[in-house]
Design a protein around this ligand. Structure first.
Ligand code: SAM
Length: 378
């Protein structure tokens, strides 16, 4: 099947951007969600793609060269993704094995937790190959169990949001071993596909600056605070289940002097008086798109200004944005304007990004979705 695209889409595809939006489609035959099509511009073949007339992102490129989309095709791509991550086995038993477009498999997420795999099939195209992909994963990795975690994003593709066991046995509680740390996570009931694997490297880098007093804001399972291993740590987190994980993770890692505050960080900062020498701000994505950006910037400014008030001179502030719409430059701008209010000077210690198992492909700018900066207050 041929789908004709406009000049704008053609030019982006020539730079290997892998999405075509609905308004860039000139002509398409009657297709079912997830059908495989040739994208064509003025009779020139441009790419092979999953097509979904229901989705705003109507075509997602699977290949820029003509290929047969069969078992062999998926097997090769999955093997490459596994191979690329081999080095991580030295430091952890848990990492992302397949990261959607950034591993040339649009919509497929596979996280490896020891002998378990937690998957998401987020496009109609990849969902059509679920059975085959499960078969390949079993052949290549011989897992104990494979679980599918339904992501709400499936609704955009006209798919039902379902979570189910796909193979073998799955236990909900699993202990991640990462460097010399341990984290209990819930594979079935946890957020995302379990744990924030993408922050692995950043936890280690930022953790090295832990000293006397750490404040871990939006702490989730407590990763940053636990790595920082300070004399005293305060974790602030709104979710009750995450708070109970923090407690268990502090125990697992022998962290003794800590407090877990179950609260909205914004309200917590209104009242907090203690001071710290390391503060981490790692909120959820406030701005999922450009329109929400203005409000997100306002929220961010509040967080930084109020955290700086609690940060001692010589202390460190780590900022993370997990939304492509608030990027590193935005974080720096926010930090600068906040430091002027605080009458302090901030120095960049590290520029940070998502860990390597969540690849940032330079042909897909939005695959850089997690950016951060570690600053020192002077
Ligand atoms: C991006 S995650 C943090 C990941 C964590 N730092 C790690 O490395 O594992 C954001 C966390 O913020 C929590 N959260 C969301 N809104 C919040 C709020 N207003 N106050 C406190 N916590 C909040 C979520 O429950 C989630 O656990």
């Amino acid at each position: 099947m041929r789908v004709e695209i406009d000049k704008n889409a053609y030019e982006k595809l020539k730079k290997r951007f892998p999405w075509v939006y609905k308004n860039e489609i000139l002509n398409a035959p009657k297709c079912n969600p997830g059908d495989i099509v040739d994208l064509v511009y003025k009779d020139e073949y441009v790419a092979t793609a999953f097509f979904n007339p229901l989705s705003k992102i109507s075509a997602r490129v699977i290949s820029f060269e003509r290929v047969d989309i069969n078992k062999n095709f998926f097997e090769e791509r999955i093997k490459k993704a596994i191979e690329k991550r081999k080095a991580l086995e030295k430091i952890t038993n848990s990492y992302r094995l397949i990261h959607s477009e950034a591993d040339f498999l649009p919509g497929l997420i596979v996280d490896k937790y020891g002998e378990y795999l937690v998957t998401s099939f987020n496009t109609a195209g990849i969902d059509n190959f679920k059975g085959l992909i499960v078969e390949i994963l079993i052949d290549l990795l011989n897992p104990k169990g494979i679980y599918e975690k339904g992501d709400k994003i499936r609704e955009k593709e006209g798919l039902e949001v379902i979570s189910q066991k796909l193979y073998g046995e799955i236990e909900d509680e699993f202990i991640i071993i990462e460097n010399d740390k341990k984290f209990l996570t819930n594979l079935i009931t946890g957020q995302k596909t379990g744990f924030f694997l993408d922050q692995r490297k950043n936890r280690k880098i930022v953790g090295e600056y832990g000293n006397k007093k750490t404040l871990d804001l939006f702490a989730n399972a407590g990763g940053f605070g636990i790595y920082a291993n300070a004399s005293y740590t305060k974790f602030v987190e709104i979710s009750a289940s995450a708070c109970s994980l923090i407690e268990k993770n502090c125990e697992l890692n022998n962290l003794k002097n800590y407090e877990i505050v179950r609260a909205d960080v914004f309200k917590f900062l209104e009242k907090e008086k203690d001071t710290y020498d390391l503060i981490i701000i790692d909120p959820p994505a406030f701005a999922k798109n450009k329109n929400a950006k203005k409000n997100a910037l306002k929220g961010w400014k509040y967080l930084i200004v109020n955290s700086l008030k609690l940060l001692e001179k010589g202390g460190y502030l780590a900022l993370f944005s997990c939304s492509h719409s608030i990027n590193q430059k935005d974080l720096l701008d926010l930090a600068l304007s906040s430091s002027i209010i605080d009458n302090s000077y901030l120095e960049v210690i590290e520029f940070l990004k998502q860990d390597v198992d969540h690849p940032y492909m330079i042909n897909i700018p939005n695959s850089l979705y997690l950016t951060g900066v570690l600053l020192r207050k002077n």
